[in-house]
Design a protein around this ligand. Sequence first.
Ligand SMILES: *Cc1c(COP(=O)(O)O)cnc(C)c1O
Length: 469
Amino acid sequence: MRYISTRGEMAAQGFCDVLLEGLAPDGGLAVPESVPHISESTLESWRSLSYPELAAEVLGYFVTDIEPDVLKPMTARAYEGSKFRSETIVSLRPLADSISLLGLSEGPTLAFKDMAMQFLGEAFPHVLAARSTTLNILGATSGDTGSAAEYAMRSKTGLAVFMLSPYGRMSAFQRAQMYSLKDENIHNIAVRGVFDEAQDIVKALSGDLAFKERYRLGAVNSINWARIAAQIVYYFWGWLRATDLDVCSVSFTVPTGNFGNILSGHYARQMGLPISRLVLATNENNVLEEFFTTGIYRPRTPAHTHVTSSPSMDISRASNFERFVFDLVGRDADRVRKLWHQLATEGMFDLSDKLDVLSKQYGFVAGHSTHSNRLGTIRRVFDQLGVLIDPHTADGVRVARDFVEPGTPMLVLETALPAKFTDTIQESIGRPAPLPPGLEDLESREQKVTVLPCDVASVRDYIVEHAKV
Ligand SMILES: *Cc1c(COP(=O)(O)O)cnc(C)c1O
């Protein structure tokens, strides 16, 4: 499998190259040259596989530059039972009215981002060792991405992580999760600024090509194709578990921010997995809901992005959306380049002529949820079923209800556990979310963090001093 850019000006590359690359050199995103097709009989033959075995099969189509007998132990280590709270790695829990939760948050940091990041934690050291080189991962986080990356990369050979976070702006739980890691290759840097300013520092440093090359900077944000590939696996897993009882088609509802998670669902469907609907759920930041209901894409500025109680979805410019638009316009890279030029000059583009295709051909429908929907859904699900869900998952459950079809199971992707967002749980049901076993003392563990002024030079100096060379 080779990868090309959505902007059409990158020579085709293998998986290991795009793993290390981040953004394509032409400013686009790496996508597979063609999407593999999975036959019905192959799909059925996967029914008895464990999660790590299934991951090796599905990823095998996309990772053709790593031998299958090397890939298999990699997925076995990434999805090893001791790291996950569920025996099956990903669980399926029925709620009501044919809605079930696909439990993707049983990993080390209690959010679905572990599912992809744990695989990256195996893929990076493999590729770095094969090429006798090192990588310094630089990123900014407002919570879930940073901790998932650090838990996956801790103590890995040839790798260091420099993770910027906005000083004093994450929840106590999220801070404790990241800052309690003591591994020498994990660098938590709290900058005195907001998330967007931290992100700007990352962009400035990785945009300085000489610096990027000299210090071998890498990225693990959701534009990294390897994350999208690893997430495709759980759509197959969910389908296989939900169809054990003779059902064929399944729908998925996905709480969406950067369009990474649901993009993996789109690829699974393109690969031939019988998915009826892909339901995109947003919070009050509903730019993508607007696109999927009108065909008009009009991202908002940070100043017009609401701060909500499902904060990991407070995004108005979804970085992975370009990969979907590439497919929508018939994989026409010229057209993508023109659309993104229009976005830069006019702030919007209009694909309303494709509105029909979005639902009929691609299965996409969309809805949004508000703060009061969120609180009400958490309370109702808890009171009626005794299941406590997190605010992002609640947005999914709320929107899923409007799109259930008779006879078709609806799987809502559980993107985090409630313990991560306990203030909103408290507001909804009047008491905090319980901490998962083993994490009761998390907030009292010793923390390691470097506080820096919010400027490029300070972060640059820190990296120069601490980078793996
Ligand atoms: C990252 C995240 C999301 C959004 O996922 P995308 O892939 O960016 O669409 C939703 N919920 C939680 C809890 C997250 O951490």
